[in-house]
Write a protein that binds this ligand. Structure first.
Ligand SMILES: [Fe+2]
Ligand SMILES: [Fe+2]
Length: 249
C-alpha cells in the first residue's frame, strides 16, 4: 500500500491576508501651522470649575512643584496621566472574563481595551520625552517630590480610577477629562511663555516613536493636541454611556 501525500496547492503556499492592524489615534503628527491654530484655540477656551478629586490633585501638584510649568512638572504630569488608562484596560479585561461566553460583547469591550492601551502608549512617549529634557538639563531629581510622590499619587489615582469606574464609570471618565483639559492648557501656556522653544531644534531619541517635529515648540504643541484627544475620548464615553453595554460597546 502506497502512502498518498497530497501536495499543497499554490493557494495553500501563499501567505494569508494579515489581520487588520490597529491604527493608533496618535500616529499622524500635525503641521506647524495646524499646531499653532490649536494652541491659540486652547489659550482662548474659557476655563471651567474642575471636580473635587481633580482640584485636590492639582493642589497637591502645586505643593510639589511651586515653580509651576517646567519639564519636571510635566514629567510628573505624564507619569500620573497613564494611570487611568491602565485601570480602564484592567476593568475591560475583567468585564471580558465575566462575559466570556458572549463573544460579540467581549469583542466590543476589546475596542475600549485597545484604545486604553493606545492612550497609555501615547502618554508614555510624552513621559520619556519629558524625562529626556530633565536628563539633558542636569536637573537634580528630589527624592520625595520627584521620585516617591508621583509614584504614591499614581497608586492612589489608579485605585480611584478603578473604584470610580466600578461605581459609576462617568465619574472616572470625568476625572480624567478634567486632568486632560488641565494638561492641554498647561502645555499651551508653557509654549506661549517660552517663544525661544520655536528656535530650538527638537533632538530626541524618541522622534521615531513620537513624530519628527522640527522644534521643541511644535513638539510641545503636538502634546497639547494629544491631551485634547485624550479628553475628547473620555467625553465621548460620557456622552454615549460610560458603562460597558451591548448596545454601544
Ligand atoms: Fe500626556
Ligand atoms: Fe493625556
Amino acid at each position: 500500500m502506497t502512502d498518498v501525500i497530497s501536495q499543497p496547492t499554490t493557494a495553500q503556499l501563499d501567505r494569508p491576508e494579515p489581520p487588520s492592524p490597529y491604527e493608533s489615534c496618535f500616529s499622524m503628527p500635525l503641521s506647524p501651522a495646524e499646531l499653532r491654530t490649536h494652541q491659540e484655540r486652547y489659550l482662548e477656551i474659557p476655563t471651567y470649575r474642575y471636580g473635587l478629586p481633580a482640584r485636590l490633585l492639582f493642589w497637591a501638584a502645586d505643593k510639589a512643584f511651586p515653580q509651576g510649568r517646567s519639564f519636571e512638572f510635566f514629567a510628573f504630569v505624564e507619569l500620573v496621566a497613564r494611570v487611568p488608562y491602565m485601570a480602564w484596560e484592567h476593568v475591560g479585561h475583567i468585564a471580558q472574563t465575566q462575559n466570556h461566553r458572549d463573544h460579540s460583547f467581549g469583542r466590543q469591550i476589546q475596542d475600549r481595551v485597545l484604545l486604553a492601551r493606545d492612550e497609555q502608549d501615547n502618554e508614555f512617549w510624552h513621559l520619556l520625552i519629558m524625562e529626556e529634557f530633565l536628563d539633558a538639563s542636569g536637573y537634580k531629581r528630589r527624592l520625595f517630590f520627584d521620585r516617591l510622590f508621583p509614584q504614591i499619587l499614581s497608586l492612589i489615582y489608579y485605585q480611584l480610577s478603578w473604584v470610580l469606574f466600578v461605581a459609576k464609570p462617568q465619574w472616572s471618565y470625568r476625572l480624567n477629562s478634567d486632568l486632560e483639559d488641565h494638561a492641554m492648557r498647561q502645555y499651551a501656556c508653557f509654549v506661549e511663555e517660552h517663544p525661544e522653544f520655536d528656535e530650538i531644534e527638537w533632538q530626541s531619541n524618541y522622534r521615531g516613536d513620537y513624530g519628527f517635529h522640527a522644534t521643541v515648540g511644535d513638539m510641545l504643541r503636538q502634546i497639547a493636541v494629544d491631551e485634547e484627544q485624550h479628553k475628547n475620548h473620555s467625553e465621548d464615553f460620557i456622552r454615549r454611556g460610560a458603562r460597558f453595554s451591548r448596545a454601544s460597546g
